[in-house]
Write a protein that binds this ligand. Sequence first.
Ligand code: HEM
Ligand code: HEM
Ligand code: FES
Length: 357
Amino acid sequence: MSNAYTWVQWNKHKKVYDVLLAVSVVGYLAVFIGVSSLTWTGDHAVSPMTLMIRATGTCAILMLHLILMMGPLARLWPIGFAPLLYNRRHFGVTMFFVALTHSVLVLIWYGAFGSVNPVSAMLTMNTRYGSFIGFPFELFGIAAIVILFFMAATSHDFWLKNLSPRWWKTLHMGVYFAYVLLILHVALGAIQGERSVAYPVVLGAGAIVLITLHLFTAVKELRCDARVDVAGTADDGWVDVASVDEIPMDRAKVVTPAKGCTKVAVFRHGDGLSAVANVCSHQGGPIGEGKVIDGCITCPWHGYQYLPHNGQSPPPYTEKIPTYELRVEGKRVLLNPEPFAPGSQVDPVKIGEQSDV
Ligand code: HEM
Ligand code: HEM
Ligand code: FES
């Protein structure tokens, strides 16, 4: 979290993840090169360098699709897919390095044997700028790798803090632009190189899956935001959240107490209940989809933690989120929809004891 600058914030879980990621990338490249050398023979035989260019290019574009699917999948099915988000950053950086390898190999292979520098050679190889189908598709790749470079270079939490989450997130939305550029790069490259129709077919299918997932997610989010989902409102304005039995141990029930209100996550932990705003101070992750680990509410996106009784990250960290007051009447849990300032102490309400609020 925001305590001190560390080059890479690794923990045991992330190390295992990174090893698996590296093994998967190397495995993909090996299978691609192995299968292609066996199938592309005779007139279709290609050089080992071209094979590497194709292997790294297709690996990068596949990884890009997987990255863009993680957000919507985690919003649609948090229990199964939220853990994917936890390490998306490492996935993104790895994808950047695979794409960079592809780009460097292309520059070496197509540009390094003349008297001009490789980048100029690449830019002057095809100058059909007026044509759509004949347009130099390499330019789209270059623009995309520049965007991905900025994303990789600013990926650290240090930049997140300095740019502010809002600007940082805006910068990272550039990935969608990079995606469009890369679709053009690969599709035009395949057409100009008279490659297999598998390229446009697979790319089109990938884009349809991505767009469908994003649309479903947008519709789900809009529906949830518009719905006030409490069982009722008491005379003093407190809202009826749920029955105690509906909230699983170490998990939360998330409610929207009134139209336009921030969502609130009511957690059950130990023998009590605590309520905090459902918005993580890191990047607005849905805290209520996380769970209580080692006594701390843990955000499902990147693992930021908060103490249930005051919404503060455990020392030495300094993040804070708003807290809320609860009371229990019989089996029903009631919430005061007015938030306290971030980091305010509110003792957990004990289950089984009638509150005297
Ligand atoms: C400096 C940036 C880039 C340049 C100059 C570049 C250039 C090229 C070139 C010349 C080819 C054709 C290779 C061949 O003849 O087989 C190619 C293909 C390809 N590129 Fe790039 N590229 C760049 C960046 C990227 C990036 C960032 C990605 C993916 C994220 C990518 C994905 C692909 C794919 C999938 C192919 C098709 C492979 C094939 O032809 O079988 N490229 N690129
Ligand atoms: C190149 C290195 C990259 C780094 C270091 C990086 C890092 C991050 C980080 C830390 C976040 C914050 C949320 C999270 O981690 O879950 C983020 C957001 C995001 N990243 Fe990346 N990313 C990179 C590349 C990419 C690429 C290539 C894509 C997709 C093709 C991508 C797609 C996104 C999207 C869509 C979001 C925000 C959307 C949401 O919250 O669901 N990123 N990125
Ligand atoms: S830890 Fe990143 S959004 Fe919560």
